[in-house]
Design a binder for this molecule. Structure first.
Ligand SMILES: [Zn+2]
Ligand SMILES: [Zn+2]
Length: 274
């Protein structure tokens, strides 16, 4: 028997967006790994940047395929059809999925009006700070978190990778993550999101892909979540089948150490506390 928090993986991507495996391969692997619930959360179509998301036609095929798999696996594995929303898709949070992960993946430069992916390369983020924000890293960070708070206000089922803005910040090359100014901005945004009652995720995706050594969020933010009784779940942001439960045990350990009293697990009946 695996711990309850390891029976569900709901932040996953497939070949319909930027994942490596098909939904059918993911479902088969989920069953083999002992999951009870598998949620698909393909990247919603975002017209300003289509490099990583589902196409319009692909979205229809994705929904059809996930619904076919729901039937095929009925009674063995609970399959949910979700979506990872990004504000670049437009203002309205979709309401025709089983659940929605709300995430910010890009910021628009205040100076040049250009869109920069916060999770792509360090170089892109250096350009973002220099050209988009006149060299002011704090202004970029503030803009990122303002977008996150706006997404939280739309009440997604899960708020995606809260502090994604640090992803490409290797060795603090973009800004000092331990600085007071950074944590003040992040914590203020965190408090605003907690007020909205959203469920945060501990997301291990960046470890799997070699960007970070720890899951989002960082320990200071995690402790703040624990202190304020924020809702929290564990996800892998899995872009391939072998990553479905990657890093879950370490997340559970960190959550406990930070003082979190409980973790939530998304199932077909909604969140269940563990
Ligand atoms: Zn994401
Ligand atoms: Zn994702």
């Amino acid at each position: 028997m695996q711990p309850f928090y390891k029976t569900s993986s709901v932040h996953t991507h497939t070949t319909f967006c930027d994942g490596k495996n098909t939904p059918a391969e993911m479902a088969q692997a989920a069953l083999e790994q002992g999951l009870k619930t598998l949620g698909f959360s393909g990247h919603i179509h975002t017209p300003p940047d289509t490099s990583y998301c589902m196409s319009v036609e692909g979205t229809a095929q994705y929904r059809a395929e996930v619904s076919r798999l729901k039937q095929e696996y009925a009674g063995r594995l609970e399959i949910l059809c979700g979506v990872e929303y990004d504000p670049l898709a437009g203002d309205i949070l979709p309401d025709d999925y089983d659940y929605v992960i709300g995430s910010v993946h890009a910021v628009r430069g205040k100076e040049d009006g250009k869109l920069y992916a916060v999770d792509f390369t360090t170089e892109e983020m250096q350009n973002c700070i220099m050209q988009g924000f006149g060299g002011d890293a704090a202004a970029m960070v503030r803009e990122y978190y303002e977008q996150v708070v706006k997404v939280a206000a739309k009440k997604p089922t899960i708020l995606g990778h809260f502090d994604l803005v640090v992803k490409t910040n290797r060795n603090g090359i973009l800004f000092d993550e331990q600085s007071k100014w950074y944590h003040d901005i992040a914590q203020q945004a965190l408090d605003a999101c907690i007020e909205q009652g959203v469920c945060f995720e501990m997301n291990t995706g960046a470890i799997w892909r070699g960007w970070r050594t720890q899951a989002y969020p960082d320990d200071l933010l995690l402790r703040r979540m624990a202190e304020k009784g924020a809702r929290l779940t564990i996800t892998a942001d899995a872009h391939e089948k072998d990553a479905l439960l990657f890093g879950y045990d370490e997340c559970a350990r960190r959550a406990k150490q930070a003082g979190c009293k409980q973790l939530l697990v998304l199932t077909g009946r909604g969140f269940v506390a563990f």
